[in-house]
Design a protein around this ligand. Structure first.
Ligand code: SF4
Length: 581
């Protein structure tokens, strides 16, 4: 694909879009906003759409999108050597002031490198200079552990876009050169400049310290940036509609940010605290404006029903003619009214997450819901006319025994009984679909020090579960193997010494086993080692807000199957004593 064909392709894409923004470049900060996956995937990502809007709301900034070309185009582009261009003005990315990546998934790390290559930029920050765009990496992964990406980023933006984007634009407008920009950003909340730190390792290669380099002004830890309240903010929502994406006719909107349930394995729960609802009237007026372009509303929130006006929002969306897709629903939030409204909007399936089969193990992970309560909710769901139920479970949880695994089988069969009871009257039987994942301990959670469970043990547990649930009519279970998650876990739990393996995997077409071997990385040491006596963890360079002492006490309570009750909705900010401001 040559430059002309690439531009033609971009113009063709634009011709099918509604809502894209064109601004003259002259005198403005030029930001090429990258989603490190294809247009089809990226355009259904609310994070990308939000960052695009936030940048372009600033008068002095013009922000244009750029995506990883689809497979065939990518090969053609690499072959021709034509430079990657933005969608809006088809300008080469290398002409921009900032090349900003919005990264949601670890699997996209190699795509970041491919896009840097296509743009004609050196992969490593240390090899870039004043004539190159500033490479800024942000997005959900920076909340978790940005360290494996640190050598590629000039700047890592850790936290929420509403807070970070104006600060980035301000710093760049005030600075005269790259060095001044980096120094100014290092002084701002949420900006991590990896090159400003010396990383020290102990005798066995264990991380010992991040030491700010003298004269950089870099802080000992970088505090995550977050907005204190969303009361006056527009909710993130779809701004560009295109038929060429997975959720093309869907109006995506964030209803409430955060979840206060404090599940001990859940990085999203811990990292988006406190719970902050967006204004209901604004959600509804945006939904009304979007109606000509969308017939389905995708409500993107990890704890949807924590919005104090959720019933009014659901009812009004239904009245506007939307069918409603909730991203996920907590079991304790399923009230008769909410279930009725979801059913009325045309849903046939609901997804719930019992996580495990026994009440004891649920207390270990700090889920207070009991099996009896889950079965009561199933009665409510199926009696309201839902046909199918999707279930999320995990295996490899701390203190798990075979009895707990058997309890997953028992609970699933009891749920099937409830489904059958209501299906009889309808003459049509739905499905119970279970998805089982091995626990991957995540940074920034109460389980962050844990090693992954031995793959042989996970395999045995997986076989046991399959044995319990295979061959049962209307019950379908898939169990993900730990091997599948091994390299994803490495990217999630690693430090900056993992970066050369990302480079090798990008070059060899994604063969991670070969990449890790080529660079001589001991991946097992990152995954199967107990980190509880390590002085520093790779992700400690970002202060997500919750104190280490809190996580340690949560871990001790987990071992005793003791729960920490979530603060009530109106008291959700009472969790703030745990959070440093
Ligand atoms: S209820 Fe769901 S989103 Fe909330 S903390 Fe638990 S797992 Fe995370």
């Amino acid at each position: 694909m040559n430059s002309w064909e690439q531009r033609e392709r971009a113009r063709d894409v634009l011709s099918r879009e509604v809502g894209y923004i064109r601004k003259p470049h002259g005198g403005r900060l030029r930001v090429a906003l990258a989603f490190p996956n294809t247009y089809f995937v990226g355009m259904s990502n609310l994070g990308l759409q939000t960052v695009y809007k936030l940048f372009n709301e600033l008068d002095g900034v013009v922000c244009e999108r750029v995506f990883l070309p689809a497979k065939q185009e990518l090969q053609a582009l690499l072959k021709s050597g034509a430079r990657l261009v933005t969608v809006e003005s088809q300008t080469p990315v290398s002409d921009f002031d900032v090349f900003a990546f919005s990264v949601s998934f670890e699997w996209d790390y190699t795509n970041i490198l491919t896009m840097l290559r296509l743009a004609g930029l050196p992969l490593y920050a240390a090899e870039r200079g004043p004539r190159h765009p500033l490479v800024v990496i942000g997005g959900a992964v920076t909340f978790v552990n940005p360290e494996p990406l640190a050598p590629f980023a000039d700047v890592i933006a850790a936290g929420e876009g509403e807070s970070l984007i104006p600060a980035l634009a301000r710093a760049m407008a005030a600075a005269n050169n790259r060095d001044e920009t980096l120094a100014a950003l290092a002084a701002e909340r949420g900006f991590y400049i990896p090159s400003f730190y010396e990383v020290r390792y102990g005798g066995e290669g264990i991380l010992e310290a991040f030491v700010p380099k003298p004269g950089t002004g870099a802080p000992p830890v970088v505090k995550k940036a977050a907005v204190k309240t969303t009361e006056a903010l527009d909710p993130p929502s779809t701004v560009i509609y295109t038929p060429d994406t997975e959720f093309g006719s869907r109006f995506l909107v964030e209803v409430v940010r955060g979840c206060a349930n404090l599940c001990r394995f859940c990085w999203a729960g811990y990292n988006y605290l406190p719970v902050r609802p967006f204004p209901a009237d604004r959600i509804l007026s945006l939904a009304k404006a979007a109606k000509p372009h969308a017939n389905r509303a995708g409500l993107v929130s990890i704890a949807l029903c924590d919005h104090p006006e959720i019933e009014r929002i659901l009812q009004s969306l239904h009245d506007m003619g939307y069918s409603i897709s909730p991203a996920s629903l907590r079991l304790d939030d399923l009230t008769p009214e909410i279930v009725r409204l979801l059913k009325a909007s045309g849903e046939k399936s609901l997804t719930i997450a019992p996580e495990t089969g026994s009440d004891r193990l649920r207390r270990v992970i700090n889920k207070t819901m009991t099996n009896d309560q889950i079965l009561e909710k199933a009665e409510l769901i199926f009696s309201s006319g839902f046909e199918n139920l999707k279930l999320y479970f995990m295996i490899g949880l701390p203190t798990e025994t075979d009895t707990d695994l058997d309890a997953i089988g028992d609970l699933s069969l009891q749920l099937r009984d409830v489904m059958l009871k209501y299906a009889r009257g309808r003459g049509h039987v739905g499905r119970i679909v279970g998805s089982v994942n091995p626990l991957i301990p995540k940074p920034g959670t109460a389980y962050q020090w844990l090693p992954l469970e031995d793959p042989a043990s996970i395999d045995r547990k997986s076989r046991r579960l399959k044995g319990l649930l295979s061959g049962i009519d209307n019950v379908y279970f898939s169990v993900k193997s730990e091997r599948h998650s091994y390299y994803q876990a490495l990217l999630s739990l690693g430090d900056r010494r993992v970066a050369p393996a990302i480079v090798a995997a990008e070059r060899n077409g994604g063969n991670w086993r070969a990449a890790v071997a080529e660079v001589g990385l001991n991946a097992d040491a990152y995954l199967f080692r107990d980190r509880s006596s390590d002085a520093v963890l790779p992700w400690d360079i970002i202060d997500g807000g919750l104190k280490q002492g809190f996580f340690r006490s949560e871990w001790q309570k987990a071992l005793k199957a003791e729960t920490t009750l979530p603060p009530k909705r109106h008291e959700s900010r009472t969790v703030l004593p745990l959070i440093e401001s």
